[in-house]
Design a protein. Sequence first.
Length: 198
Amino acid sequence: MRDHFHLDPEAVVVEDAPSLPVAMQVAGRPLHVEIGFGKDIRTLRVASESPDDVFLGVEISRKKAMSFCRKVARANLSNVRAYWGDARKVLGEMLPADSVESFTVLFPDPWPKRRHWKNRWIQPPTSAQLFAALRPGGRLVVATDHDGYRDHIRACLQGAQFELVYERETIPEGDKTLFAKRFERLGETVTYFRWRKP
């Protein structure tokens, strides 16, 4: 799979993906990154409320990334970008240390079978990369509906020296995604974490 950094759905491919940090950090504006936005429009909603900040959505599915770009274009939001590809590449190669105001990772695939746990996105290496990319005082929001993944996430992020701000079973209105609303309708338990880099 090739990685693409893009906004305009009519001109998807921009070949200079490694220049992403420069493109995003316009005049020192705060950068917020959502990993795995899927079909949701949370990033667009938050971006429209904070026009002075810059937002980057990272999605491994090309179809979902393209749909996101069309929504960005329709909403006429100039402070939103999308990156189609593996978020681990963004963390490992494109985001300098202490450059991100916030990360959001809502309902990543829990890979519930033990033999698949290695596929979980939040692992010790990605936790360390998230920590390095955040500015001091920056925040990380994570939510999951899976108890086993909840415990795994807690262990990984504590191991990376994140400070737990709070953990609760309710999701703030501003962070409610399509998944969150579905779980709410079904009466299922979710865990919502907020962490910070000391």
